[in-house]
Design a protein around this ligand. Structure first.
Ligand SMILES: O=C(O)CCC(=O)C(=O)O
Length: 287
């Protein structure tokens, strides 16, 4: 199967050996120094950071990925750029990046976006990059194949049925596609909250990732992390979100500073929305 078909069907692909180990090691030296500066020395001290310090660390971590020459070299990987360019049919732009050394708590199955079409050309993709050989007991990353098609759109429909305010916003989209970002931001927590209860444990594909491997995934695919069975283990990873340069740059909210110097106008086509016209027509016909 062509990798694009695989991405389209499963919602993710795994590409092995994307980064040089030397570059990863140099990046880890910088990321570790930053974490220490903020008082994160292991999983326990990281989890105990006060919210304000945690937020400040997120911003500093994003800055590190944007400003450090080593991180920029990692993120400029020709393999990553080439795959994203083909998925987006446009230049990829980094929306955020975060490196972490330990599995955070409570990583239940969730989705990272809602009301976005699962069909190409995509405008958002996430990459989960292994910065060491991931130990099976350290809380492996998992995905639930196909749920960007089978589950996420259904949950969007359920949320609209339950929330009149969101339905009203949804019905405005045909005339005012710029309302999409508001709908997304308001509805996404409700959609995501429904995900964990719909996933059977044996549907999860926990990936066996080696240092330098990268998972490219559609953020509407249900995903999460298995429980960490040994708190003394590290789980070094970098997670990034990429947007097509032509897209609107949604999710530019705090605490991530905008990587989009000049936000572009939104259009239904450009922002890769679920095509709502048939849904609206069916609703009108049933009234
Ligand atoms: O830490 C992980 O393995 C999962 C990350 C994740 O689900 C997310 O960033 O949305």
């Amino acid at each position: 199967m062509d990798w694009r078909e695989e991405y389209s069907d499963l919602g993710f692909i795994v590409v092995e050996n994307v980064f040089s180990h030397a570059l990863i090691d140099a990046h880890l030296v910088e990321a570790t120094a930053l974490l220490r500066e903020y008082g994160a020395f292991d999983a326990a001290t990281m989890a105990a950071l006060p919210i304000a310090a945690d937020d400040a660390l997120m911003v500093a971590m994003l800055n590190l990925h944007q400003r450090s020459e080593i991180a920029r070299r990692l993120l400029a990987s020709p393999i990553i750029r080439s795959i994203l360019r083909q998925l987006f049919e446009a230049e990829p732009v980094l929306a955020f990046a975060r490196s972490a050394l330990w599995q955070p708590e409570d990583m239940l199955a969730h989705v990272d976006t809602a009301f976005r079409s699962p069909d190409p050309p995509y405008s958002i993709c996430r990459t989960w990059c292994a910065l060491e050989d991931i130990h099976p007991d350290s809380g492996r990353f998992y995905l639930v194949p196909g749920t960007h098609r089978s589950l996420a759109p259904r949950l969007c429909g359920e949320v609209l049925n339950e929330r009149a305010d969101l339905l009203a916003l949804f019905e405005q989209l045909a005339d005012a596609p710029e309302s999409w970002r508001r709908l997304h931001n308001l509805a996404w927590p409700f959609v995501s909250a429904k995900v964990a209860e719909r996933i059977e444990p044996d549907e999860r594909i926990a990936l066996d990732l080696k240092k330098g491997d990268v998972v490219f995934f559609n953020p509407a695919v249900a995903h999460g992390a298995l429980a960490c069975a040994d708190a003394s283990l590290t789980r070094k990873m970098m997670i990034c979100e990429w947007a097509a340069q032509r897209a609107s740059g949604f999710e530019r909210g705090e605490p991530f500073a905008s990587p989009f110097a000049h936000p572009r106008p939104i259009s239904t086509q450009q922002d890769n929305l679920i095509d709502i016209r048939p849904i609206l027509a069916a609703r009108a016909a049933s009234r």
